[in-house]
Design a protein around this ligand. Structure first.
Ligand code: FES
Length: 103
């Protein structure tokens, strides 16, 4: 069942940037990929460090701790040492605000 939570203003996550937020107690990292805002659980599947400490490289979120990569809009794993994906959340922009469905 959908559970939409407002997490930030659209301007808080500019193109090419990551932003860590909390949605109902769940850590979420927003990623603005060429104007499309995506959301992943803000914990690397390798060792649970925050992905929001890393950077966005094209469409990949790069973990700063050991270099794992994930597709920003699906959470698919793209590089070791991570072997599992990261949970992705649906995102909507409503009146300049970013909403995430934590389901
Ligand atoms: S915690 Fe992210 S690569 Fe190790």
């Amino acid at each position: 069942m959908a559970h939409w939570v407002r997490v930030a203003a659209e301007g808080d996550c500019p193109v090419g940037q990551l932003k860590g937020v909390v949605a109902d107690g769940i850590p979420v990292v927003l990623a603005n990929v060429d104007g499309t805002v995506c959301a992943l659980r803000d914990r690397c599947s390798h060792d649970e460090y925050p992905l929001s400490d890393g950077e966005l490289d094209g469409s990949h979120v790069v973990c700063r701790y050991h270099g794992a990569r994930f597709e920003a809009c699906s959470g698919a794993r793209k590089a070791l040492p991570a072997v599992r994906p990261v949970q992705a959340f649906p995102v909507e922009i409503r009146d300049g605000q970013i909403w995430v469905d934590t389901g």
